[in-house]
Each structure stands twice: as structure tokens, then as C-alpha cells.
Ligand binder design. Structure first.
Ligand code: CP3
Length: 344
């Protein structure tokens, strides 16, 4: 497999002496060049829909650090917007959406085929990136997983416990499932066009998967992931998929086999030693340094980074954080993490 990009080699199951590395939210507010481009765009959503500027911010961390992968600059909440939800961001607080509480709300969503009208600038960003990235850099597309996207569409905002979504699921299951079906169909189409436009791998972000317990986890995190991955691989044979059922805990075990995912992204609530034994046995894993080290740096960063590289050295591994880097991170700590991974 020599000659192939390092990320694609890891996703194909190859164990490498030095694991390839990228970072969730690598294009973000901790970088001065990101803040400058975002100011030029006006606001976050304008930046997402401006293909030239979205291309620019995607490339910034590649230029600065030479990460092995670039992730498309966009947001998981663009799919609800493309389905007809109102979406806006309140500075310092986060996203706000119009809410869905009943079947009329689900039925008022736009047909799946109409999402591309809104999402066309995102596909253009993917095409720009496919032409602009260095030959060794893998382009990752992404979408939110249906449960996580549904939690925002139901509550109209981020919630600490996903309470409104759990309530709809438990009290009006038919409404909840109709919404999940609509999001799943839109996600398949969205990712499929990203792949046609040049994404070489796609990642499904299920940030709130950990709040689904027992059978609910299987029905609303695992089953939708399998449905999406199966559809994508039928249309795009060989396309690698990274699944991130965040805070999945013991549910990480067997998730790759059950869904067809090529790689499981791990948050930092699971120890690398445990994950090597129980998750990496089935294939590639990604993770899982705590993002707090990007704020605090120093010996602890170096020690933890080495421990993660060592624990996963016996199998395919992509180094990453356990969640997105935060705005208060120090760009020098990112360099220290990369140097530690690559230099030992
Ligand atoms: O990783 C990357 O660099 C790619 C781009 C990306 C963004 N959001 C850009 C972004 C990706 C992959 C996402 C995913 C996303 N978005 C998730 C899943 C992953 C996760 O973090 O759990 C979720 C839940 C969202 C929804 C979302 N977008 C929230 C809750 C917020 C507000 C919180 C915050 O950090 O401000 C956003 C905004 C957002 N998405 C920013 C970025 C760079 C910050 C916007 C800004 O510049 O002000």
C-alpha cells in the first residue's frame, strides 16, 4: 500500500510506525488566521456558505501544521437548514433553530431532493479543496448522525441532557421516528454528493450518542449509522467511513462490525489500553487525547500523547483529540502534540 495517503492506509487497516494525525475543529477560533477570515465573512454561517472563504479556512491548519487530513469546513446543522428549519447562531451561546414538536412539523420539511439547493456551496467547497490540497492530504467530508441532528431540531438549541429529544422519543415515538427517517435520507444524499465532489472519506458525528441507553442506542445510533454506511458503500464502493458515537463507552465494542464503519473515533472517556483491546481488534481507531491538553500543554501533553501512540501501536490508528479543540487552546501546543506524535 506504499504511496497511498497515510490516512487512507490506516482506514484500510494498515498498522503504521507513525500514526497519521488530524484534529477535530482544526479550523477554528484558536487560530488567528481563522478569526481574521471569519471577520471577513461576517458571521459563522456566511463563512460556511462562502465556498472561497470556507476553502481558505479549511486549508489554514494544513498550511500551518501539515496535518495528514483536511476536514471540510461546514456544520452539522446545515442539513436541518436545508430541510427548511430556521437556523442562526447566538454569539457566545451557540446554535438556535426553529423547533419540531409534532407530525405537522415533520411533514412541513422540504423533500430530500430539495436539500441540494441550499447545500450547493458546500459541494463547491469540496470541489475547490479536492483541487487545492497537497497530494498527501486526505479530504474528509462529514455530516451529523440522525440522533444528534434530531436533538437540535427538536430542542431548537444545544441541551445538556438532550431532554426534549428524549421526551419526544418516549412520548410520541411515531413523530420522533418520522423525523429520524427524514434526517437519515437527507444525510445519505448529502454525503453522497460530497463523495462525488471529491471527499475521500466521510465521518458521521454522533456527538450525543452517549445519552442513548440500551436498546435506544441500537435503534437510534447504531441502526441509522448502518443504514447510512450501507447506502454510501453501495453507491461508492470502497469509500471509507469514520463513525463517532461519542461517549459510547462499552457500546463502542462491535460498533464497526455492526455498522460497516472502517474506523471508530473515540472520545477521551475510554482508556487507550481498553480501547486497543476491545475496539481496535476490529480495525482502525481514531483518537483520543483530551482537548484540555491543547490549553495546558507541557509535560502532561507529551506524556499523554506518547501513552496514546504506544497503546494503539499494535494496530491501525489515526491520532486525534477526543473532541474538538476549544477556542482558548494555544496553537503552540498543537505543534507540540504533532512533534510528539511524529518525533517520538
Ligand atoms: O472539525 C472541523 O474543523 C470541521 C468543521 C466543523 C464545525 N462543526 C465547525 C464549527 C465540524 C465537523 C462541526 C461539527 C459539529 N457542529 C458538531 C459535531 C461535533 C461536536 O463538536 O460535537 C456539532 C454538535 C455542531 C453544532 C455546533 N456548531 C455547535 C454546538 C456550535 C457552537 C459551539 C461553538 O463551538 O461555538 C457550532 C459552531 C461551530 N461549528 C464553530 C465551528 C468552527 C464555531 C463557530 C465560530 O466561528 O464562531
Amino acid at each position: 500500500m506504499t504511496g497511498q495517503k497515510t490516512i487512507l492506509r490506516a482506514l484500510a487497516g494498515e498498522t503504521q510506525d507513525v500514526p497519521p494525525i488530524w484534529m477535530m475543529r482544526q479550523a477554528g477560533r484558536y487560530l488567528p488566521e481563522y478569526r481574521a477570515t471569519r471577520a471577513e465573512a461576517g458571521d459563522f454561517l456566511s463563512l460556511c456558505y462562502n465556498s472561497d472563504l470556507a476553502t481558505e479556512v479549511t486549508l489554514q491548519p494544513i498550511r500551518r501544521y501539515g496535518f495528514d487530513a483536511a476536514i471540510l469546513f461546514a456544520d452539522i446543522l446545515l442539513v436541518p437548514q436545508a430541510l427548511g428549519a430556521d437556523l442562526w447562531f447566538v454569539t457566545g451561546e451557540g446554535p438556535r433553530l426553529s423547533t419540531i414538536t409534532d407530525m405537522a412539523g415533520v411533514e412541513a420539511l422540504k423533500p430530500t431532493d430539495d436539500i441540494h439547493e441550499t447545500l450547493n456551496p458546500i459541494y463547491q467547497t469540496v470541489r475547490n479543496l479536492a483541487g487545492a490540497l497537497p497530494a498527501e492530504t486526505t479530504l474528509i467530508g462529514f455530516a451529523g448522525a440522525p440522533w444528534t441532528v434530531a436533538t437540535y431540531m427538536i430542542a431548537g438549541r444545544g441541551t445538556p441532557d438532550q431532554g426534549p429529544a428524549h421526551a419526544l422519543k418516549d412520548q410520541h415515538r411515531e413523530v420522533f421516528e418520522a423525523l429520524m427517517t427524514r434526517i437519515t435520507a437527507a444525510t445519505i444524499e448529502y454525503l453522497s454528493v460530497q463523495i462525488d465532489a471529491g471527499a475521500e472519506c466521510v465521518k458521521l458525528f454522533d456527538s450525543w450518542a452517549g445519552s442513548l441507553k440500551g436498546e435506544d442506542f441500537d435503534r437510534y445510533a447504531l441502526d441509522p449509522a448502518r443504514e447510512i454506511i450501507t447506502a454510501l458503500k453501495a453507491r461508492h464502493p470502497g469509500i471509507p467511513v469514520i463513525a463517532f458515537p461519542r461517549e459510547g463507552g462499552e457500546k463502542y465494542v462491535g460498533f464497526a462490525k455492526a455498522t460497516g464503519a472502517d474506523c471508530i473515533a473515540l472520545d477521551n472517556s475510554v482508556s487507550p489500553e481498553w480501547a486497543a483491546k476491545h475496539v481496535q481488534v476490529d480495525g482502525c481507531v481514531q483518537g483520543n487525547l483530551a482537548s484540555s491538553h491543547m490549553v495546558t500543554g507541557g509535560d502532561a501533553l507529551v506524556r499523554e500523547t506518547r501513552a496514546i501512540v504506544d497503546a494503539f501501536s499494535g494496530g491501525p490508528h489515526i491520532f486525534n483529540l477526543g473532541h474538538g479543540i476549544t477556542p482558548d487552546a494555544d496553537p503552540d501546543n498543537v505543534q507540540l502534540m504533532i512533534d510528539t506524535v511524529r518525533g517520538g
